[in-house]
Write a protein that binds this ligand. Structure first.
Ligand code: FES
Length: 162
């Protein structure tokens, strides 16, 4: 496990201090930690558990229960590919395969260089646009492997320029 920066630990402490007297503080704290750090590190679960009298196992259970929480740091750029039924039958697996090939990230993981996260999602509620992918919040309907490649290469290009 990578050690957290002092700044991240300070953020966690501030969140815990701010909400420890709230009602139902665990969820509120988890949301705020994730909003600030982009994920929920183990240290946050320990601190939240200690401040609220909840076992780390219970906090972990909450994190695991809600699909919106993640315990892994996200990459700088996030690619979501819908694997809901409508998108799947229209070929979203090929989009995922292309994204994995180009980024080196596995499904629901972050690439080793920390640039890309690749998330497979359930139906995004835009089945009329199937297959759908979302690149850094931009929804791309009738997406193709070529379009995925174009988007990823554009990001790679920008990253190399920076
Ligand atoms: S199945 Fe992909 S948006 Fe509905």
């Amino acid at each position: 496990m990578k050690e957290l920066s002092g700044e991240s630990l300070k953020t966690i402490d501030e969140v815990v201090a701010r909400h420890k007297d709230d009602k139902g503080p665990v969820i509120v704290m988890l949301h705020e930690v994730q909003d600030n750090l982009g994920y929920i590190p183990f240290e946050a679960m320990e601190k939240i558990g200690a401040a609220t009298g909840t076992s780390v196992a219970e906090v972990f259970g909450v994190v695991n229960f809600y699909a919106g929480f993640t315990t892994e740091p996200k990459g700088k750029h996030v690619i979501n590919v819908c694997l809901g039924t409508a998108c799947y039958v229209k070929g979203s697996q090929a989009l995922i395969d292309k994204a994995m090939e180009l980024t080196g990230a596995k499904i629901n993981k972050t690439s080793a260089d920390g640039i890309f996260s690749l998330d497979a999602t359930r139906c995004l509620g835009a089945c009329g646009l199937a297959p759908v992918c979302v690149v850094d919040g931009k929804v791309i309907g009738q997406c193709t492997a070529a379009r995925v490649e174009e988007e990823i290469k554009k990001i790679m290009h920008e990253e190399h320029m920076n």
